[in-house]
Ligand binder design. Structure first.
Ligand code: AMP
Length: 145
């Protein structure tokens, strides 16, 4: 059965183009709707609760820049506003949650070869595979970085 709703998760970094190109091509082949998601990690989580600082101004700036980048990417792919998703939280849990909320049947993410400590710590993609209730495609992105 063809996929109907594909969600691609993008970190808006160097590998985003490779991952979105693959997702867009799959959406095209399956005649599916394409959703694009970026998750903003709260600075309070990134730096822990130990530092008593107000991050709200920086967080707003990050949010604004992420929205601009997401809009640019989605406009180039002709993804409508309703299918552009910008949320705050941890990518490994927000990606499966949003995929379920918009009834996606395929999640597309990127994956790097990992060694040493990063292998022990696990990746976003591992977390997504664990939490997803639908298929997950992990696109190899090493050649692109
Ligand atoms: P990483 O574990 O950082 O190598 O990321 C692997 C893949 O997870 C990326 O190629 C994206 O598809 C997805 N990903 C990582 N971080 C984010 C994020 N903040 N928002 C959305 N997707 C992400």
């Amino acid at each position: 059965m063809p996929y109907q709703n594909i969600l691609v998760a993008v970190d808006l970094g160097a590998t985003t183009e490779t991952v979105t190109r693959r997702a867009a091509s799959l959406a095209n082949q399956n005649n599916a709707l394409l959703h694009v998601l970026h998750v903003i990690e709260p600075l309070a989580i990134t730096y822990g609760g130990d530092i008593p600082m107000d991050f709200s101004a920086i967080q707003e700036e990050i949010q604004g820049q992420a929205k601009q980048q997401l809009d640019k990417l989605c406009s180039a792919l002709s993804v409508p506003e309703s299918n552009r998703h910008l949320v705050t939280g941890r990518p490994e849990s927000e990606i499966p949650t949003r995929a379920k909320a918009v009834a996606c049947d395929l999640i597309v993410v990127g994956t790097h070869a990992r060694w040493g400590l990063s292998l022990l710590l696990g990746s976003t993609t591992d977390g997504v595979m664990h939490g997803a209730e639908c298929d997950v495609l992990a696109v190899k992105v090493d050649a692109a970085t």
